[in-house]
Design a protein around this ligand. Structure first.
Ligand code: BTN
Length: 255
């Protein structure tokens, strides 16, 4: 089983590392192949959004994965990736990182990293997955529309972090948690819950494809859905955008 990132391809500028990794997966690239670029001209985020990827200011990484899991179990991989980033931020950079379901990494209530998992399925079988991670490293400031919601390692630590300084511990932690997501999903759920202040007892509003769900979080389900309780009834949310209910502290983070 090759280690994640043992084969690492570096580029100066690409449209999107996820697109490149997908092309490579389609041409038979092995599990663990990593693509890193110094710049993306068309970086993509979740829900059709773009991911600002200025040259030399972030880590833009995509990995080809070939997990032997049912497609419905793939979301656990994004939770595992969020754990890997949260642990890197906490243990290697001494930052109080939080995870907002499903996989936004926050520091001081602002997003520092985003994760995009894209899968290809054929007849109920997962063919491959591409795991993309974008980490804000060296931005001193953000465009006006992101100023309130985004942050970087430079803003939070006051020092420049080179992409490889983050990449190396991240790949080790991704190796651990990705393998756990396939072999021991309950361990991933438990660790994610321990690292996220949003997991339990948090008043949230979730924008889902079928409307708004408001209530108090009650942890994750076995497949990584968020349980939200309202008027004594619990609902599992499988995808959506979480916000704290108005008036709740946006900068809280777990111990
Ligand atoms: C999000 O929070 O919306 C997810 C952002 C994911 C961005 C990364 S950067 C590397 C990889 N290539 C992309 O085009 N997107 C992901």
């Amino acid at each position: 089983m090759p280690k994640l990132g043992s084969q690492l391809l570096r580029y100066d500028s690409v449209a999107s590392t996820n697109d490149l990794a997908r092309e490579m997966a389609l041409s038979g690239a092995p599990e663990g192949l990593a693509v890193v670029a110094a710049h993306q001209t068309a970086g993509r985020g979740r829900q059709g959004r773009s991911w600002a990827s200025p040259p030399g200011q972030g880590l833009y990484l995509s990995l080809v994965l070939r997990p032997q899991v049912h497609p419905a179990e793939a979301p656990i991989i994004t939770l595992a990736a969020a754990i890997a980033v949260a642990e890197t931020l906490r243990l290697d950079f001494d930052l109080r990182a939080d995870i907002k379901w499903p996989n936004d990494l926050l520091v001081a209530g602002r997003k520092i990293c985003g994760i995009l998992l894209e899968t290809a399925t054929e007849r109920e079988t997962l063919q491959y997955a591409v795991l993309g991670l974008g980490v804000n490293l060296c931005q001193q400031s953000f465009p006006e529309e992101l100023q309130e919601t985004a942050t970087s390692l430079l803003i939070e630590t006051g020092r420049i972090t080179a992409p490889d300084e983050f990449l190396s511990p991240l790949l080790d932690r991704l190796e651990t948690w990705y393998r756990a997501s396939v072999a021991q999903p309950p361990d991933v759920i438990a660790r994610w819950e321990a690292l996220s202040s949003y997991a339990r007892g948090c008043h949230v509003v979730v924008a889902t494809g079928s409307g708004m769900v408001e209530g108090v979080t009650r942890g994750l389900t076995a497949r990584g859905g968020l349980l939200v309780e309202s008027q004594g009834e619990r609902r599992e949310v499988l995808s959506g955008e979480v916000s704290l209910r108005k008036g709740d502290d946006p900068a809280k983070s777990p111990a």
